[in-house]
Design a protein around this ligand. Structure first.
Ligand code: CA
Length: 220
């Protein structure tokens, strides 16, 4: 799951980056509205954390431009406390949720987690496929109740497939959602991670759909 952070406060930007990375997301980040708008317009993000007060182009304008162009990724806006009018304007402009500054990082994490899973059509923080279970809050994977230890890359890959359970996901889509923009994107690495995941999970959870990609769970 790939997240974009648009926040001009350098400390806050870094704290958000650290917390989201720690939570298993791939993060791209930027400090101004113009570049933020460009990235959100051209890269496939699973969610965006967008500050409203930004240099070059303010957050509300960024959001309005995305929505007018039909970009539907979930957007969490960061607003100043007590500025209720910002919240209303943000939601009217197409924000999915907001957090008022100063905030607890846990709250941002919980809201991002909820946005990402709801966008993929999941009502709860646990996604299951047979005996395979992904607990999004704990970042934990179990098979038949036994915890499976995964590396961060393996976890991201599995989490993406589980969020889109039943759908065939192409290698290209996986690469786009598992790595940040600076990563050397070699789709062969996806095959390597799928191979490792299959060994660790046992069973036939990850199906290869010849010529198309990978799928977990029954076809939808
Ligand atoms: Ca700001």
């Amino acid at each position: 799951m790939r997240i974009l952070i648009v926040e001009d406060d350098k400390d806050l930007n870094r704290q958000l980056n650290d917390a989201l990375t720690q939570a298993g997301y791939v993060v791209d980040r930027t400090y101004d509205g113009e570049e933020g708008h460009f990235l959100g317009d051209t890269e496939p993000y699973d969610a965006v954390v967008l500050d409203l007060g930004l240099p070059k182009l303010d957050g509300l304008s960024v959001l309005e431009k995305w929505r007018r162009a039909g970009r539907v990724m979930p957007v969490l806006i960061l607003t100043a406390r007590d500025r209720w009018s910002d919240k209303v304007a943000g939601i009217d402009a197409g924000a999915d949720d907001y957090v008022a500054k100063p905030f607890h990082m846990e709250e941002v994490l919980a809201r991002v987690r909820a946005l990402v899973r709801r966008a993929a059509g999941h009502a709860s923080n646990e996604i299951e496929c047979g005996e395979l279970r992904l607990d999004l809050r704990a970042g934990r994977v179990t098979v038949a109740g036994m915890q499976v230890k995964l590396t961060s890359h393996e976890y991201r890959l599995l989490a993406y497939l589980m969020h889109h359970r039943g759908k065939v996901i192409s290698r290209t889509e996986l690469v786009e959602h598992l790595y940040d923009q600076d990563f050397d994107r070699d789709s062969n690495t996806v095959e390597v991670f799928v191979g490792r995941l299959r060994k660790k999970l046992g069973g036939d959870y990850i199906e290869t759909v010849r010529g198309l990609g990978y799928r977990i769970g029954e076809p939808t």
